[in-house]
Structures are given as structure tokens and as C-alpha cells.
Write a protein that binds this ligand. Structure first.
Ligand SMILES: *[C@@H]1O[C@H](CO)[C@@H](O)[C@H](O)[C@H]1NC(C)=O
Ligand SMILES: *[C@@H]1O[C@H](CO)[C@@H](O)[C@H](O)[C@H]1NC(C)=O
Ligand SMILES: *[C@@H]1O[C@H](CO)[C@@H](O)[C@H](O)[C@H]1NC(C)=O
Ligand SMILES: [Ca+2]
Ligand SMILES: [Ca+2]
Ligand SMILES: [Ca+2]
Length: 684
């Protein structure tokens, strides 16, 4: 010891001492240090000790920063010094861990007060009628607190029966003449299991027999790109990943390969490397129905000559065979239902140019108008050029359109017809006045594509027309061209106007994508979610829902965040904080229409692997039909960006009432093995 005397133990809270010591340390010192030490480092032959008695707030990073500042030196020397320091740190880490297991009580999940109370009143000695007419206490609890239907109560008890032996919850479902009420541990174990007690159902439970236009559909944008929109590779891997997640609309941009005799998939006009179309189709066939049996739509962006279109027709029919749905009527007056097209692949693209001319001629004979006939007043163009003024680069959007209006002299009616016959959902580029582009044709349904920017403008001026259009037709919205980093946009404006295909870049991870994934956890994750009735109904005078109107509160969601657990199983001891257990807090809130959107948070619980917050939040909701519950756990750090501890997004309209185990996912949406929250949901 050179410069400082060791202080008497224990040192008062928050003391921070930087001790400068000579090399040899006595065993007496280490005995003391293992109880009080927070970090050690060696520099210039001296040991530096950092003592933080309340070991919660100061992070290793911050400490290193400080010590570094104290020893300014030539930068290369400093770099080497830091390396040496870090390797030394490694050898001390174990000692530190020894110290920390002794210092912090080993974590143990204890039931929160509400669970104890429920156990006492339904399964305890004084519970009113644990073995009465409704069977044992768990049965009463399931129907009264969890609001499960009688059929679901039976189903849950049946599920529990075979697992109970291995889970040690036999007593929960013991059907012997005198069943013992479940112990508190058994009861708690059941409630905190996401598999046994999930927050939403994993069954398809909506009516699937309405036309396509009555559903929101899980939709990918440029599904073949592995990264950004400019120079990443094209591949079938991101397509497979999307399909595994239940995405039901895959987009492929078709271009001639450089020898013009084959079809490549790539993002035209950029440096993205191509992938052969046939490879994408084969992978699609293999994975199309791995996550959902409901129909898979392929939207084709067509930049091909007629002979290559014919080649595509051949590839599609040969690859998919009977899976490919070929529409019988042309044009369709109403889209088929998802149920009618189970396990089928359907094609959506613009009809080939020449055939459209042919149709136009036919329509003209009958004297009825067609979008392509209408005078091009250029107002949608104006929308684009307004966008140009506002953010400068929106003309890139053009590249995302299906339409490439290239005339092909080698056109042959027959070959184009083969290709055209395969198109179930005909797409069109918005031409002419927006009002005309959104006109509902009673004899023909179709799909219209708008960029997020175009949609934003269209909904400001023509909100009602957009909703009316989407009652029968399909609206696809895609990210604006300036999102070169494959980010996404807020989907709510598109949903509230009834847009079925809100096309998202699926390869990255951002808040918008997490919302999208959460939205499509609804309806058993099948990729189709029924639109709320208010978007589909029309008043006696043709009025439709008005998203701008001030709406009353329809319901109030009460959310209680009891506790969390699982990090100690899924993460290393030092993942969150190097020198102490994590300091978790939970953010909980709503994403939906603006009036409903809010985020709140629990307090930070310091140094606890199994935090028990026991806090309640109230969310008045005006449009619960489109509200998403956002849940996010963060690990608090005073000096740095907080660490991510898990997230999930749940469709509010599907939340099951009562005490539920909510599994958390990583940023990309992959579910953690053990991390979960115990929560309670009630609608009042
Ligand atoms: C285009 O595709 C054809 C047919 O698969 C192939 O033979 C040719 O090499 C391809 N051209 C280029 C430049 O890749
Ligand atoms: C259009 O004309 C064809 C024959 O020219 C006829 O069969 C068809 O019914 C007509 N359609 C309408 C909507 O008038
Ligand atoms: C991607 O670009 C958008 C703007 O187009 C920007 O808001 C966002 O922060 C960017 N994201 C990343 C990860 O760079
Ligand atoms: Ca941390
Ligand atoms: Ca901590
Ligand atoms: Ca921390």
C-alpha cells in the first residue's frame, strides 16, 4: 500500500475511491477486496482500484473513460496500454463475479401480491367453493378472472393434464375424488408460462370467407433484397425468411438479364446484384405455406419484353403447378376470399401493355370509360412534383411502380395472353386525376399502388374516396424511394384508410416493422387480419368512416406490469452491466391513431434479475380496433445508451383478459427462450 490507507469496512454508500497501490497485495487485502471491490486495473506498474459501494450506477465504460483521461499519453502507447488493461480486466472478471454472487442475493421469482391474492381466494383454505359445482378453484379462476369461455376452460384444463406430471403441477388438474387445491408455486408456474397462459390466441378465429379486400394482408416490399435499396445483393434467402414469418405478399421486380434471354430479379436502376427468377420461384414454392395455409400473393413488377413475359408465364405454371390459381372470369367483379384460395399462389401485376390497349378498344366500343382513357390531367404527377419540392428526391418512387410502359415491337398477342391469364389481381399505375384513379368500378376490381408520400397527400384531400376505394379494391402502399436504408414508415395512416397491402421492407429492424409484426400476430398469425367493420360499412348516403372526425373513447385498457423473468437464463451474467445485476424498467404504451398513441414507463428497479414492478397503466382508446400495445424492456445505464432487454407488440383487440405471461422478442422479432413479463389486461 502506498498512497492510501484502506478504509474501515463497510464504506458508506456512494463512496468512490480510486486507490493507487504497489504491486504486491496481501491475502488479507484480497479477503477484504473480494467483499468490497468493484474493479481493478494495472497501469504503469500500479494497481488502480475502483470502489463503488452502491454498485449500481457507475459503469465500467465510464470508469475507463475517467482513468484514460487521467493518463494522457501518446495515442499509440495509450492503445497498447488499453489492450493490456483489458486483458488484465479479463483475469479479474472472475474474481469480480465471485464477489457479486456473494454480494447480491441469488435471484428467485416470487409471485406478486395479486397472484397470491388470487391463489388465496380461489385455491386457498377459505376459498368459497373450490370443489363445488364448477370443479376445483382453477376452473373458477379461469372463467371469472381470465374470462375464458366454458369451452376454453375445458380446453386449458385438458392441455394442462398431460403436462402436469412433468411440470410438477399435477395438483392443478388432479381429478381424483378429493383434489388438493394447487399450491401457490404451481399456480404461479402456470400463470407465468407463455405457452400455457398466452396473452393472445394462436388460432385463426376470424371469418375468412369475405373478399380479399376485407382483410389487411402481411405484405413485403422488394422482398428479394438482403440489405439496402441501392447496392445490396438480391437473394431468395430474405424471401424464405419472410415466408417463415407468415408474410403473405412477396414482391419480385422482373428485369431481362444482360443477354436478354432470361429473367432476373433485382431493384432496377440501382446497383443491386441480381438473382435468377427461377431460383426465387423454387424457394417460394418450397416455403409458401410453412407458416400459413392462406393464399400467397406474388406481386410482380414487370419490366419485361413480351417474349420474356411468356417465359415468366411458363416458369410460373411449371414451377407452381396446381398451386397456381388461375382466375376464370376476366375481369373480376369481386375478389375471392382467403378461405376459397387456401394453399394457392396468386399473381398480381399490371396486365401487359398491349392487352390493355386491346381492352381499352373493347371498352370504347361499349362506350364505358376506363382509367387509361381518362384525360391525363397530371394531378397525380403534381402530387409527385409537390413531393419533389418537399423532400427533393421522391421521383425515385417511380422506380417502385409496377408499370414500365415500354412498348415492345416484338409483341405477340398469344404469348402475352398466356401471361395475362395468370393475373388474379390486376394492378394499375395511378393515371389521370386522383379522383379518377380512386373511382370504384362496379364491374371490375383492381389494385392501385401509392407511395407513402402519395398516400399521405391523397388522404389529406380525398380520405373518403380512399376508404370507399378500399372497400372493394386493393390499395398497396410502398415505402418512398428515399428510404434507401430499407427503413419503414408509420403504417397507421394506411390502415385507418383501409389499405390492405402496406408493403414493408422486412430485412432490417425498426420500430415500424415491430408494429407490423405485432399487428400480424393477430388472427393466429396467418397473415390476414379482418378489417374492422367501420372501414367496410357505408351509410345510407354513401358516407364512410371519417378518420379526421373527433371520436369518443370506446374502451379503456388497463395494463398492469407485475414482473419479468428469464434474462438470467437467456443472457450472460455480465451482458447488461459488467459489475452488477441489471436495472430493468418497462416501457408500455399504445401505437394507433394519434389520439390513442402514448408511451409510459415503470420505475427503474436497480440490480435485480427478476424485477417486480407491480405498476398499473390506463389507456383510454378511441380506435381500439387498430391499436397496438407496445411493450419494451430497457436496462437503465446512467452514462451510456440503455441496453435493450426485449420487446413485443400485441394487437389490443385480441388481448385476453386477466393475468397473462407475455413472451418477449429481440429487436428483429425473434422470440427469446425464457424472457417474459407477467401482466394483467382488463377492459373497463
Ligand atoms: C442470361 O440467362 C441465360 C439463360 O439462363 C444464360 O445462358 C446467360 O448466361 C445469362 N446471361 C448473363 C449475362 O448472365
Ligand atoms: C360490351 O360489348 C360486348 C359485345 O360487343 C357485349 O357482349 C357486352 O355485354 C358489352 N358490355 C357492356 C357492359 O355493355
Ligand atoms: C434510414 O433513413 C431514414 C430516412 O429515410 C432515417 O430516418 C433513419 O434514421 C435511417 N435509419 C438508419 C438505421 O440509418
Ligand atoms: Ca447496462
Ligand atoms: Ca446494475
Ligand atoms: Ca445498468
Amino acid at each position: 500500500m502506498r498512497s492510501q490507507q484502506l478504509p474501515a469496512c463497510p464504506v458508506s454508500i456512494s463512496s468512490i475511491l480510486l486507490l493507487d497501490l504497489t504491486s504486491s497485495l496481501s491475502s488479507h487485502f484480497w479477503a477484504w477486496a473480494s467483499r468490497n471491490l468493484n474493479a481493478v486495473s494495472t497501469r504503469n506498474g500500479h494497481h488502480h482500484l475502483l470502489l463503488i459501494i452502491s454498485a449500481t450506477s457507475i459503469q465500467a465504460g465510464e470508469w475507463r473513460k475517467k482513468t484514460r483521461r487521467r493518463h494522457p499519453a501518446d495515442s499509440r502507447e495509450r492503445e497498447r496500454e488499453r489492450e493490456r488493461e483489458q486483458s488484465k480486466m479479463g483475469s479479474y472478471a472472475y474474481k469480480y463475479c465471485m464477489c457479486f454472487t456473494r454480494k447480491f442475493r441469488s435471484p428467485d421469482a416470487q409471485p406478486p401480491p395479486d397472484v397470491r391474492a388470487a391463489h388465496l381466494s380461489y385455491c386457498g383454505p377459505s376459498s368459497s367453493d373450490p370443489q363445488g359445482a364448477h370443479g376445483h378453484g382453477l376452473r373458477c379462476f379461469l372463467s371469472q378472472v381470465q374470462a375464458e369461455s366454458p369451452a376454453d376452460v375445458d380446453r386449458i384444463l385438458a392441455i394442462l393434464a398431460p403436462i402436469s406430471a412433468s411440470h410438477g403441477i399435477a395438483r392443478l388438474v388432479n381429478r381424483s375424488p378429493a383434489p388438493a387445491p394447487p399450491t401457490l408455486d404451481d399456480f404461479f408456474g402456470f400463470l407465468f408460462s407463455p405457452d400455457l397462459n398466452p396473452p393472445i390466441t394462436n388460432q385463426v378465429h376470424q371469418d375468412m370467407s369475405a373478399p380479399f379486400s376485407h382483410y389487411f394482408i402481411f405484405t413485403g416490399h422488394n422482398s428479394y433484397l438482403t440489405g439496402n435499396q441501392l447496392n445490396s445483393d438480391s437473394s431468395d434467402i430474405p424471401i424464405i425468411k419472410s415466408l417463415e414469418r407468415g408474410v403473405r405478399v412477396i414482391e419480385l421486380d422482373m428485369w431481362p438479364n444482360s443477354s436478354k434471354n432470361n429473367v432476373d430479379i433485382l431493384h432496377g436502376g440501382t446497383l443491386t446484384a441480381p438473382v435468377e427468377m427461377i431460383r426465387c420461384l423454387k424457394s417460394i414454392k418450397e416455403y409458401a405455406f410453412c407458416a400459413s395455409n392462406y393464399p400467397l400473393v406474388i406481386t410482380l413488377e414487370d419490366h419485361l419484353t413480351a417474349d420474356l413475359q411468356a417465359k415468366v408465364a411458363e416458369m410460373l405454371t411449371e414451377t407452381f403447378g396446381d398451386l397456381l390459381f388461375i382466375p376464370s372470369s376476366d375481369p373480376m367483379k369481386e375478389f375471392p376470399s382467403p378461405e376459397a384460395l387456401m394453399k394457392r399462389i396468386i399473381i398480381s401485376t399490371k396486365p401487359p401493355q398491349e392487352y390493355k390497349e386491346f381492352l381499352k378498344a373493347k371498352d370504347n366500343q361499349n362506350g364505358s370509360g376506363n382509367i387509361a382513357d381518362l384525360p391525363d390531367q397530371g394531378s397525380l404527377r403534381r402530387i409527385d412534383s409537390n413531393a419533389d419540392e418537399s423532400d427533393g428526391k421522391d421521383e425515385l418512387d417511380e422506380q417502385d411502380e409496377e408499370d414500365s410502359d415500354e412498348d415492345d415491337p416484338k409483341f405477340q398477342q398469344d404469348t402475352a395472353c398466356e401471361y395475362r391469364k395468370l393475373i388474379t389481381i390486376q394492378a394499375g399505375k395511378p393515371k389521370g386525376h386522383l379522383r379518377d384513379a380512386l373511382k370504384v368500378d362496379p364491374d371490375k376490381v383492381r389494385r392501385l399502388s401509392l407511395s407513402e408520400t402519395q398516400l399521405a397527400k391523397a388522404t389529406v384531400s380525398h380520405g373518403a374516396e380512399v376508404i370507399r376505394f378500399t372497400q372493394k379494391n386493393i390499395l398497396r402502399v410502398y415505402p418512398k424511394g428515399t428510404r434507401v436504408n430499407s427503413s419503414n414508415y408509420d403504417p397507421v395512416n394506411a390502415w385507418i384508410h383501409g389499405a390492405q397491402m402496406v408493403a414493408f421492407n422486412m430485412q432490417g429492424h425498426d420500430k415500424a416493422l415491430r408494429l407490423m409484426q405485432g399487428f400480424f400476430r393477430a388472427n393466429g398469425g396467418c397473415g390476414y387480419v379482418k378489417k374492422p367493420d367501420f372501414l367496410l360499412t357505408t351509410g345510407p348516403n354513401g358516407e364512410v368512416f371519417d378518420p379526421k372526425a373527433s371520436l369518443p373513447v370506446k374502451t379503456t385498457l388497463k395494463v398492469k406490469v407485475y414482473m419479468g423473468d428469464g434474462w438470467r437464463m437467456d443472457f450472460s451474467k455480465t451482458h447488461f452491466d459488467a459489475f452488477s445485476p441489471p436495472d430493468f424498467y418497462t416501457r408500455v404504451g399504445i401505437a394507433g391513431v394519434r389520439a390513442d398513441s402514448v408511451m409510459k414507463k415503470t420505475r427503474v428497479l436497480e440490480d435485480q434479475w427478476v424485477p417486480v414492478w407491480d405498476e398499473e397503466f390506463t389507456f383510454p382508446l378511441k380506435v381500439p380496433e387498430l391499436a397496438l400495445l407496445r411493450i419494451e424492456v430497457q436496462e437503465y445505464d446512467m452514462s451510456e445508451k440503455h441496453d435493450f432487454g426485449g420487446q413485443t407488440v400485441l394487437p389490443v383487440w385480441e388481448l385476453k383478459q386477466g393475468i397473462r405471461a407475455v413472451p418477449l422478442h429481440d429487436r428483429k422479432g425473434v422470440r427469446y427462450k425464457s424472457v417474459r413479463l407477467l401482466m394483467r389486461f382488463d377492459f373497463v
